[in-house]
Design a binder for this molecule. Structure first.
Ligand SMILES: [Cu+2]
Length: 292
């Protein structure tokens, strides 16, 4: 039996629709427009900027690497543009205003088979394309030449020494190479792990104590380029740099005949360092260990 005195509550009026929903029933159009615009901007950036920032290529290795960076950037641009356009649209259009926290969340999305399928297919295809491209480029840069000029490379805290076994052990702290001739580097270290890096030739390999690692390149551009250590190897790691001078074959031969360059020995090397820096060799070892 119902009590006639019971007061039935007045019916709750339907909640007024969220102004965001009425304003943006379908955000796909504006987001696609934003995506198209951003893609054009990012593609122009990908085509013109990254390879330019990397400087000149002094070997086909470096030219291949620059091409790979450009292709990867071109492939990544539309993906980045899609993520950015959705984020930008959401930030600008659905931003909550006022001092109070928002009373309700946005409409939930619980799966869209078509979007998921397209997303998986496109990203899977992109990854596969980049994998194949990268492997082909690596194969091209790894191919070894016959009858190369052999150069022994020794790293030590904190300088590089280059010697030419075929020229009676001529040695130098500046690397001289003849243009357009394949070079094979046999790389080692006297103390800690260093990394031999000719930046504009796109080659880099670890210099490990008690071990010889190998890498080759054919310099195809005359000029002076940087040789750096790419492995944190102690307190003067940042100073562990020198030059490679790529010259004509005749100039290279006459440089060899003249006995090569000045060699700074381990005991008296000229890397800028205050007195006592050699004592920090152990510190370098420990730093290296700590750095993995
Ligand atoms: Cu180093």
């Amino acid at each position: 039996m119902s009590d006639p005195t019971t007061v039935t509550p007045p019916p709750v009026p339907p909640a007024s629709p969220d102004p965001r929903e009425s304003r943006d029933r379908n955000p796909v159009g504006p987001i696609v427009l934003l995506w198209a615009g951003l893609t054009i901007v990012l593609e122009l950036f990908a085509i013109f900027v990254p390879a330019r920032v990397m400087g000149v290529a002094a070997s086909t290795n470096m030219a291949d690497i620059k091409r790979a960076v450009t292709v990867f950037s071109i492939a990544a641009a539309p993906v980045a543009a899609l993520v950015w356009s959705i984020a930008l649209y959401s930030l600008l259009r659905w931003r909550h205003r006022g001092p109070e926290p928002p009373t309700q969340d946005g409409p939930p999305i619980r799966g869209n088979t078509a979007v998921q399928t397209v997303w998986l297919l496109v990203s899977g295809g992109l990854c596969l394309f980049l994998l194949v491209w990268g492997l082909a480029a690596m194969q091209a840069t790894a191919s070894t030449a016959s009858n190369p000029l052999v150069v022994d490379v020794t790293g030590q805290q904190w300088l590089w020494t280059f010697s030419y076994p075929a020229a009676g052990g001529v040695s130098s702290n500046v690397l001289y190479l003849p243009v357009n001739r394949p070079v094979a580097f046999d790389v080692t270290s006297e103390d800690v792990v260093h990394s031999f890096w000719i930046v504009q030739m796109g080659i880099k390999i670890d210099a490990n104590p008690g071990e010889v690692t190998h890498i080759g390149v054919t310099p195809d551009r005359r000029g002076t380029f940087a040789v750096r250590c790419a492995e944190l190897c102690g307190i003067y790691h940042a100073y562990m740099q020198t030059q490679v001078r790529v010259v004509s074959d005749a100039a290279f031969r006459s440089w060899l005949r003249s006995g090569g360059g000045r060699v700074t020995s381990a005991a008296t090397h000229g890397t800028p360092q205050p007195a006592g820096a050699r004592a920090s060799a152990l510190g370098g070892l420990e730093l290296r260990r700590g750095n993995g």
